[in-house]
Design a protein around this ligand. Structure first.
Ligand code: BGC
Length: 922
């Protein structure tokens, strides 16, 4: 009877699989028909366009839009910025949901979350009245300096990127809007981003830099690809024939169009010939620059036609010619919020949990101290074009208060650098002691003559773009202010002072200058200059009053948007924990970066800002139950404090509902299941590419960057060199434990073109439900060329109840074994034995097996795929596409989560259900 049932269940599954594959086949036929119609329509329109019209059309509006083509009835196509949420670009300040950052998504190791995130992002884009979004960002993580790592979802591994990117792109595009995968290629750091020349050899390019883009093209069919600012092997990325024309378009058969990053086209002719289709700023690819080359025959009319055809075809394919953008503006929908929350729940990595301090026990933990401004407001995110300000959020402080309503959850103001909380005193003009500082406002740049106005400012927290009651108008070339007064510490020891300003600042304590940022100017070439704080520490005595003087002189050109600041802020706080911190049952310390220290246009330090390492150590001395939650798009220095604290998590930038997700993890309502998509260095010098990238550069002096060590990026290099990072790639703890057994590889001898199945039993050997990411690494035994000892080539996230076991299969394909052969310019699999290593992290391998490839195989760059079949299937959106011109209703904003009983939101502490093979078409 039981067997019959099993057989029944199996055949039902087989029927389902058949039905799914039939749906896919039918989808593919319909899609081919739609494409053929779009091609035809584009051809017809193209035939009616004059050369002048075509040349005008391949330049964008200079904003975010594709120009209208009124004569052909084609409207303007509206784009929105943002990879981690929709940043409104042309319609006021309304913003979309802030999703967890790129590294958060990578840390989920779950294409299912990537599809949902893509669908939600696509929904927000469409409902906002936009037809494309400039994301996802997919570049590789090389060093912790990277300013835009928070936007990128590849981590340090090309396979991880290649497996997630098409899921996001498919999700976005299933909403009837275009994805714009960026930045093609190798915009992996911000140092001198407009001029840096990267030397990248062909193997590094093919094996490390490009697979995420290859997958976006081949598997995601991303309509847009944004070419990058910097140079690759001597050519600006948007002018690289090798990257765009030869690899992207010819080899990969890319059917979309390439848009330049904003102002990334330096030479119009080169970009046009290299294959850039749309110069968004239009400064170079226009009639003035290109027509003479057309006339001389240097540039062919066919080259221009190809660009126009690509853009038009996708307009027709998505019916943008006839379907007006939506006006619903439902930018903060419940479903999008749920997607942000679910992603966050799976994306916060538990790094350390000594003596099972976590999860906190609600019945025992009656008081929690929360330290750090990052916990107080909207969960942080980075600066720049991907910066989205949450209009609605759950801070980490609020998340903790809500999850533990009977506990006393208190924010510790004395350790806060919030400018609204810092306490100053001074004597006012009437001679009375008052709270606040004496403020002298000058209508000149250097505090000269009589002040235009003098008053008491309770705090230094001035914003020229929004403050209503300022005594002077803040003219950028003729404004200076002097604040003076006193501070009186309540704890003896080191105190930190912090100033953030759009100009020159000098801070004096008792006459000693402790902060001086020079002339306060930013690089003239930086069109979106960040406002990075300056900080300093010094020892002060409790109860003693110290003189304070801050001089500020305003400078031109800073911005108030994208996480920037036009204004000035000053704060101070103790780095020493007050004794009464010892009486709390736990202390949660939020540290790391934010839009102030990390973002587009600049790289940043490996160190935690504001001497937070000292703060952590000082708190841990007072309270042994200190939990550190780290934030930022990168790894940061942890080795100087991690041994002092019992528990630590890397939350990256967990999005607007990150406070809830974090609280749920800390209290065990959600069992953490995230794994690091990066290695975290013990010391920066340990990073395998350190010798080629010792220091970042925000002054545009660094002209050359060698990628010569990049085949051994991240865990590849650590393993090769025998150095242990502090936390390895793929590492992340759970509240349960998992057992691996019974590995089999079928076939054990590879047959060209046939998938290789690696199967094993995975068991939950602990007491609570949880999800494990099983990671599959492959290494060649006797490589003829330099190869990493092992490389990630598959993974699967599986939810298991306590005591439950499942047989899990991960597929490999021929590319999983291949390297790029620079002679034949193809992928090659040597005749050799390959080691299959399966484990819980790159350094925690539980099962080993072998696979033999008996004959050398050569794989075409066109038809080979970085994703094995099952990984590819798990990026597919099985919900109906809305690309056919249907009107999107709110109830279409379903994430794929709703139908599958994920267990999220219920009060069971099972964590997540993530093995959705049937639902994702596996
Ligand atoms: C960034 C792009 C962004 C664009 C538009 C550029 O500076 O590199 O990623 O989409 O600005 O804001």
């Amino acid at each position: 009877m039981r067997n019959k049932k099993m057989i029944g269940a199996h055949s039902a599954l087989a029927l389902l699989a058949l039905a799914v594959s039939q749906v896919h086949a039918a989808d593919a036929t319909q899609q081919a028909a739609r494409e053929a119609r779009a091609d035809k329509a584009a051809e017809k329109t193209l035939a009616k366009m004059s050369q002048e019209e075509k040349l005008a059309y391949i330049g964008g509006t200079g904003g975010w839009d594709v120009k209208p083509l009124a004569s052909q009835g084609i409207p303007q196509i509206h784009g929105a910025d943002g990879g981690v949420g929709v940043r409104y670009t042309s319609e006021g300040n309304e913003q979309g949901v802030v999703y967890p950052s790129g590294p958060n998504l990578a840390a989920t190791w779950n294409p299912r979350r990537a599809i949902d995130l893509g669908r939600a992002l696509g929904y927000d884009t469409a409902t906002g009245g936009y037809q494309f979004i400039t994301g996802p960002g997919v570049n590789l993580y090389r060093m912790p300096y990277s300013g835009r790592a928070f936007e990128y979802l590849s981590g340090e591994d090309p396979f991880l990127g290649a497996s997630l990117v098409p899921a996001v792109v498919n999700g976005i595009q299933s909403r009837g809007v275009w994805a714009n995968t960026k930045h093609y290629a190798a915009n992996d750091q911000e140092s001198n981003r407009f001029n840096l020349n990267e030397t990248i050899d062909e193997r590094v390019l093919r094996e490390m830099t490009l697979p995420a883009f290859e997958s976006a093209s081949k598997n995601g069919k991303t309509v847009m690809m944004m070419c990058a600012f910097q140079k690759v092997n001597g050519d600006f990325a948007c002018e690289s024939t090798h990257l765009i024309r030869d690899i992207l378009k010819k080899e990969w058969g890319y059917k979309g169009f390439v848009q330049s990053d904003y102002n990334a086209v330096v030479h119009g002719l080169d970009a046009a010939q290299a294959g850039t289709d749309l110069d968004m700023m239009g400064y170079q690819m226009n009639s003035t620059v290109l027509k003479p080359h057309l006339d001389s025959g240097e540039l062919s009319a066919a080259t221009i036609d190809d660009k126009v055809r690509r853009i038009l075809k996708n307009i027709y394919l998505y019916k943008f010619d006839s379907k007006a953008p939506l006006t619903t503006h439902n930018m903060n929908s419940a479903t999008s919020n749920k997607v942000a929350l679910n992603t966050a729940r799976e994306s916060i990595v538990l790094l350390k949990n000594q003596d099972n301090l976590l999860p906190l026990d609600k019945t025992k933990v009656k008081s929690i101290a929360v330290v750090g401004d990052l916990a107080k407001y909207a969960p942080p995110t980075g600066f720049g074009s991907a910066n989205v300000m949450a209009s609605h959020y759950i801070s980490e402080l609020s998340g903790l208060k809500q999850i533990a309503p009977n506990a006393k959850v208190e924010f510790i103001d004395g350790l806060s650098l919030d400018p609204t909380a810092s306490v100053w005193t001074s004597t006012n003009t009437a001679g009375n002691d008052v709270k606040g500082l004496k403020a002298e406002y000058f209508s000149n740049a250097n505090w000269s003559g009589d002040a235009a106005a003098t008053r008491t400012d309770t705090r230094v927290n001035l914003d020229w773009s929004s403050d209503a009651n300022l005594p002077i108008n803040g003219d950028t070339s003729a404004t200076s202010i002097r604040w003076s007064g006193k501070v009186t510490p309540t704890v003896s020891g080191e105190q930190v002072f912090k100033v953030r300003a759009d100009g020159a600042v000098r801070l004096y304590v008792n006459g000693e200058k402790i902060i001086d940022n020079g002339d306060g100017e930013h690089l003239p070439s930086n069109s979106i200059p960040p406002t990075i704080p300056v900080f300093a520490k010094l020892k002060l005595e409790a109860g003693k009053a110290y003189d304070i003087k801050l001089e500020y002189s305003r400078r031109n050109g800073y911005i108030s948007t994208m996480g920037g600041l036009v204004g000035v802020q000053m704060s101070w706080a103790s780095l020493v924990a007050p004794q009464d911190l010892s009486k709390y049952d736990a202390v949660v310390v939020a540290v790391g970066n934010s839009n102030e220290y990390e973002g587009e246009g600049f790289d940043h330090s490996f160190d935690l800002p504001e001497f937070q390492n000292d703060l952590i150590n000082n708190i841990a001395k007072v309270n042994p139950h200190t939990v550190v939650t780290m934030h930022g798009g990168t790894g940061l220095k942890m080795s100087d404090w991690i041994d002092q604290v019992p528990a630590a998590l890397h939350a990256f930038y967990p999005g607007q509902n990150g406070g809830q997700a974090l609280a749920e993890i800390l209290f065990g309502k959600v069992n953490p299941s995230a794994k690091l998509p990066i290695s975290i260095e013990r010391n920066i010098e340990d990073n395998p590419i350190y010798s080629t990238f010792k220091n970042f550069d925000n002054e545009e002096q660094l002209k050359e960057m060698s990628y010569k060590n990049d085949l051994m990026l991240g865990y590849r290099g650590y393993e090769k060199k025998g150095i242990k990072p502090l936390y390895p790639f793929g590492y992340g703890m759970s509240y349960t434990t998992f057992g691996y057994s019974n590995i089999s590889v079928t076939p054990g001898v590879a047959v060209a073109g046939a998938p290789i199945k690696v199967s094993f039993d995975l068991s939950n050997t602990g007491k609570v439900g949880g999800s494990e990411v099983a990671e599959l690494y492959v290494g060649q035994q006797n490589p003829k060329v330099e190869r990493a000892i092992k490389e990630l080539k598959g993974y699967k996230k599986v939810f298991l109840k306590p005591g439950e076991s499942k047989r899990v299969t991960i597929e490999l394909n021929d590319r999983s074994l291949a390297y790029f052969d620079t002679q034949s310019k193809q992928w090659v699999v040597d005749a050799d034995t390959f080691n299959i290593a399966l484990g819980s992290s790159s350094q925690d391998i539980r099962l080993n097996a072998k696979l033999v490839n008996p004959f050398r195989q050569e794989l075409s760059t066109t038809t080979s795929n970085p994703l094995p079949r099952s990984a590819l299937n798990s990026t597919l959106v099985t919900l109906p596409p809305v690309t056919t011109g249907g009107v999107m209703h709110q109830n279409e904003n379903d994430d794929s989560d709703t139908s599958d009983g994920d267990g999220y939101g219920s009060d069971v502490d099972t964590g997540t259900t993530t093995d959705k093979s049937s639902a994702t078409g596996n």
